[in-house]
Ligand binder design. Structure first.
Ligand SMILES: CC(=O)Nc1ccn([C@H]2C[C@H](O)[C@@H](CO)O2)c(=O)n1
Length: 108
């Protein structure tokens, strides 16, 4: 018998909290270890640093993306420029080519 674990929480660096709450940031890009979010589910969102809850998100889609295929639309959805987004991802996931775009909606 196989069992599926559905994640109930997602963490974000606290510097992204205001962009998420204002609706300016509508995706996050994660590595394979965090590609297990399930479309149609809702997750509690906590700051990575303090574990402080700040909102809930509906997971809309989870789609693979290669680092080299990131484009201005991804950056716009992250409320960044493309060079800023690539720098952030390089910092968090250095050298990782296989990534996942998690598209979400804020639960109001
Ligand atoms: C633990 C961990 O990896 N936490 C993360 C990963 C990514 N983010 C943000 C940073 C960018 O806005 C996008 C793209 O990775 O997602 C994050 O806040 N916390």
């Amino acid at each position: 018998m196989s069992s599926t674990i559905i994640p109930m929480e997602m963490t974000f660096f606290s510097r992204f909290e205001s962009d998420i709450l204002s609706g300016k940031k509508t995706i996050t890009i994660r590595d394979e270890a965090e590609s297990y979010y399930v479309p149609g589910t809702t997750v509690d969102v906590l700051t990575y640093e303090e574990g402080r809850w700040f909102c809930r998100l509906n997971i809309l889609t989870v789609e693979p993306i290669a680092f080299n295929d990131l484009n201005d639309f991804h950056a716009q959805q992250e409320n960044m420029t493309l060079p800023e987004l690539k720098a952030v991802i390089n910092d968090i996931y250095p050298g990782i080519e296989k990534l996942y775009v998690v598209n979400y909606a804020l639960v109001k």
